[in-house]
Design a protein around this ligand. Structure first.
Ligand code: KG4
Ligand code: ZN
Length: 332
């Protein structure tokens, strides 16, 4: 089955062609980061407009580089939610119309399930069941995953998502948007021991997270050291990043132990963080747990993961109808 995947939930316009749910024939991601950079965050109206401009060339490029002809496409999978409604509608309406014109089925996919399934696009996918940490700009959640479509939510953030905290701290320091990768790079020049921030929810007996207090602690530090902090930016971001990574790492390993699971998956944009990847791998080894992380290109938003997830819906006979609509918030 050859599926065209489409993703426009936030600030990436993406299209991909995937065969049999695992073989990526092409994957094109057009980032709007430069559009949103001056604002320190995604501006929804600008995102929708940019998706409208970009969707046709991006789909064209994905089809062209896959060398798959239109008549070889079996179906289209598209992100239905959660995300920015105006942004989602661009991809969703495009997919609906394109599928109608080609007379093939289309299926709306949950973006979060797509991220979790991105781990099956690696050479080393985990066996079921496994525990997944999904950490992105909009979500920070832990799931017990029993099948391609079976997810039990074990815990989630009560306020900011981990990626959102990275982006907000970067904004406070004038590092621009998106902040995660900038902080990741800058932290390598700093020492996380020099400026320490408290670890939110670390020892609480829950798999929930809370990152807004940590973000405020960084803000307070900047206020208190207004005259001197400019020379300490690498140490500040290293200290902040280490606090986030400690909490994410502790919780995902404890969730795996609680579920008696030997396999962990890290997915979502924050899974691209080099310190997180290193620490989870190191700490999990001590408990005999194997860690599975998608390639960097598949951690952030992409359409290959949407096509991969759509494959499992379509195989189960699930398709979307012409009257179906997008949704902004997830049920779980
Ligand atoms: O999964 P994603 O591309 O989009 C959402 O579904 O939200 O995740 C984007 C988030 C942003 O908050 C970005 O700052 C963060 O992932 N991110 C990182 C890194 N690369 C991206 N956070 C920490 N370290 C990184 N290297
Ligand atoms: Zn995402």
């Amino acid at each position: 089955m050859i599926i065209l995947g489409i993703e426009t939930s936030c600030d990436e316009t993406a299209a991909a062609v995937v065969a049999e749910g695992t073989k990526i024939l092409s994957s094109v991601v057009s980032s709007q980061a430069a559009v949103h950079h001056p604002y320190g965050g995604v501006v929804p109206e600008l995102a929708s407009r940019k998706h409208i401009e970009t969707i046709v060339p991006v789909v064209d490029q994905a089809l062209h580089s896959s060398a798959v002809a239109l008549k070889q496409l079996d179906a289209i999978a598209v992100t239905r939610g959660p995300g920015l409604v105006g942004a989602l509608l661009v991809g969703f309406c495009f997919a609906k119309s394109f599928a109608y014109a080609l007379d093939i089925p289309y299926v709306g996919v949950n973006h979060l399930e797509g991220h979790i399934n991105s781990v099956f696009l690696t050479d080393d996918p985990p066996p079921f069941p496994f525990v997944a940490l999904l950490a992105s700009g909009g979500h920070t959640s832990i799931y017990y995953v029993t099948s391609h479509t079976g997810f039990e939510l074990l815990g989630q953030t009560r306020d900011d998502a981990a990626g959102e905290a990275f982006d907000k701290v970067a904004k406070m320091l004038g590092l621009g948007y998106p902040g995660g990768s900038r902080i990741d790079q800058l932290a390598k020049e700093g020492n996380p021991e020099n400026i320490k921030f408290s670890r939110p929810y670390l020892n609480k007996s829950t798999f929930d997270f809370s990152f807004s207090g940590l973000k405020t602690a960084v803000w307070r530090y900047l206020q208190k050291n207004n005259d001197t902090y400019h020379d300490q930016i690498p140490d500040i971001v290293a200290g902040f990043q280490e606090a986030v990574v400690d909490v994410l790492c502790y919780k995902i390993i404890h969730a795996a132990l609680a579920k008696d699971c030997n396999h962990i998956a890290l997915v979502g944009g924050v899974a691209a963080n080099s310190r997180l990847r290193e620490k989870v791998r190191h700490d999990a080894k001590n408990d005999g747990i194997k860690v599975h992380i998608p390639s960097m290109a598949l951690c952030g938003d992409n359409a290959a993961m949407i096509a991969a997830m759509g494959y499992h819906y379509l195989k189960a006979g699930i398709v979307s109808g012409l009257s179906d609509d997008v949704f902004s918030r997830a049920r779980y």
